[in-house]
Write a protein that binds this ligand. Sequence first.
Ligand SMILES: C[S@@+](CC[C@H](N)C(=O)[O-])C[C@H]1O[C@@H](n2cnc3c(N)ncnc32)[C@H](O)[C@@H]1O
Length: 212
Amino acid sequence: MFDRIAPRYDLVNRVMTLGLDRRWRRRTITALGLPSGARVLDLGCGTGDLCEELRARAHAPVGIDLSAGMLGAAHTIAPLVRGDALRLPVPEGTIDGVVSGFALRNVVDVGALFSECARVLRVGGRIAMLETDEPTNPVLHAGHRLWFRRIVPALGGRLGRDREAYRYLPRSAAYLPPRPELLELIGTAGFDAVRHQELGGGAVQLLTGTRR
Ligand SMILES: C[S@@+](CC[C@H](N)C(=O)[O-])C[C@H]1O[C@@H](n2cnc3c(N)ncnc32)[C@H](O)[C@@H]1O
């Protein structure tokens, strides 16, 4: 599916988030809180937006993604690797930070992903992960539902030429564990200072933690 939507992914992403995704990505790198020069993996990097934000802050990113189509459509000069985020080709304790943008709900085992992050991070290393969420405010929740159930698939059909994919993508949030379970999974995998922040009125969540 990601191979299919790759050529127009960036365009649909910008429109679908009303351009706010750029701000969320900057917040993610700020929340990572690492000094410049940090070695950071971007899991499920797609077309490389987070890699570019990392480069803009003088970090040393490497993007990893399963989809050759997304990597082929990438617009970053950061090194990119085709691979599985659940089996990182990286030795233990050698990485300063791990980020991901809207990739958590796509992996088959999110707990295993956090454990893999813990394996490759040095003690004190950081994770900062962006993912979709659902606003708790009832009015925002209704607007969010309308946007993602009706407008996003229509936009995806028009701009992204793949209505099915853009119907699936918002719904795939159902694969994410509920918030308390998600935070517990991060803690159990080996992280302290686990924090959840709401962005975009609760439409997006930013998860952070420090490797203990
Ligand atoms: C919704 S896209 C997000 C792309 C990009 N991070 C962004 O913020 O726009 C999810 C990406 O995760 C990738 N992906 C899904 N499962 C993966 C896995 N197990 N390992 C690596 N990449 C994966 C997909 O190929 C896709 O490019």
